[in-house]
Structure formats: structure tokens, C-alpha cells
Design a protein around this ligand. Sequence first.
Ligand code: PGA
Length: 276
Amino acid sequence: MNTTPPTHQRPMILAGNWKMNLRQADCAAFASHLQRHYAQPSHQCNPAPTTKVVLFPAFPFLASLASSLRGTPVEIGAQDLHQNASGAHTGDVSAQQSRSVGATWALCGHSERRQEHGESDQLVAAKTLAALSGGLSPMVCVGETLAEREAGQTEAVLGRQLHAVLDHCPALCELAEPDGRASANPDWALAYEPVWAIGTGKTATPDIAQQAHRFLRERLANRIGNLAEGLPLLYGGSAKPANCQDLLAQPDVDGLLIGGASLDSTSFLDMICRCG
Ligand code: PGA
């Protein structure tokens, strides 16, 4: 196994996307495990101070999780948001509402939203803008399906999804340190999530992940120059304790968006301790 520590200077982000899993008691138990860990970190677990940890619980648990993890380095995010700030949108939640209970991040354009809810590139772009306007940092997800990969369309799809968001949100092109240094508090992040690797146990190899991340960073650099060097690019798709080090050893992989392996606090902490 390649255990070379990452050499890049961008902040690392380890994010757990709980999707429609866990209930109140599970969330409370998870939070107390993290609280105990941060109150008395073991000497074998020393993540870099620049490592960010973010959890995306289902909406009913945003407030309680944010409040029980206050005082720890863990940040909380919403899995979705409406593109408007308020109004007659039954069942929807705005950035401002999530922000008011302690969320600081929002996932935008996760492939499960694109597929199950028909979210178009334009809607994802509108939601990204709404996150920024509502005071949440967007974590924008892009990724190709298996059919698109096999048809040789990976770069076309990633480019299309990325540019839809950049075209609609000029502010994204300004939100980084002007000299391209890593910002300690990134205002947004991009997650490469190949759809064929999500929830399937088929992780992209570190080389495949690196290739896609390099491509995304080059595309970003065409639009925002040096700022692209400061932007965290996360990989998502069957990331777990056994593969996190190899993925994060890639020069353009700055973090992980973790689904299944983030549902268990021991496995999530294991990833923070091994890779953070
Ligand atoms: P997975 O999910 O780790 O269960 O593949 C990742 C994601 O969808 O963000």
C-alpha cells in the first residue's frame, strides 16, 4: 500500500454524507463518540490542524447534531437546499433555514439528487448560488455514470457540470486566496463522485481519481487561474478506511466525501485518524 503522506498544501476535508440513514438516537450516539474523541484525542490520532471534518445528516437532525458538536472542530452541512430563500415550497428547506440551526455547508448536485429528483445542471447551479447567498459553503458534486465513462465521455460530462455552476456563480471564481495559497476556510469545494463508484463497493483506483481531479483542476485554472490551486477537490465513491490513504496520497485529491463508511462512528474516526 502506498502510504506516502500528501504533499499539497490545501486544507483536507473529510466529509460524511449520511443520506437517508440513521435516526435521532443513532445521531446522538455518533455525536457523543466524536465528543469523547475530541475531548481526549488518542496520541495515535493526530490529524493535521488544517483537516476539516464535515457531517451531512438528514434534515431532522441538523439542529441537534450542530448543537451537540459545538465546541468540536466538526462542521455540519445540509444534504440539499431549495434555490429560493423562502416561500411556498412544501417540503423544501432553504439555505437560510439550515444556516439558522448551525449548518455551514450544503451539498449541491449530488448524483442521487440529479438522478432521483431530475436535478439539471441549471438547477444545481441555481442551488449553488442560493447556498452562497444564504451563507452556506457549497460542496458541488460532479461525476459521470458508467455508461458515460464507457462511451469515453467522462471529461465532457465533468466539464459540462463544472462550467454550468461556474457560469451561474461568478462569485465562485473569486472565493479563494488571491495568490492561490490554500485558504484555511475554503468557501466552497468540489467533489468528484463517479456515479459507478457510489454505494457499489467499486472505488475508483487512485489513478482514475487523480486523472479526473487533475482534469477538474486544469479546467478550474482556465477559469480562475491560480485560485484553482487553493480549492479543495474531494473524491467520493466507496471511500473507506482501507483505501483512504491511497486515494489521499494523490496530489490533487484533497479530501473525501464518504457515504457508507461514514455511518459508523468508529469507521469514520478511523478514517480521520489514518488520513486526516
Ligand atoms: P459511498 O457514497 O461512499 O457510500 O459510495 C459516497 C457519496 O455518495 O457521497
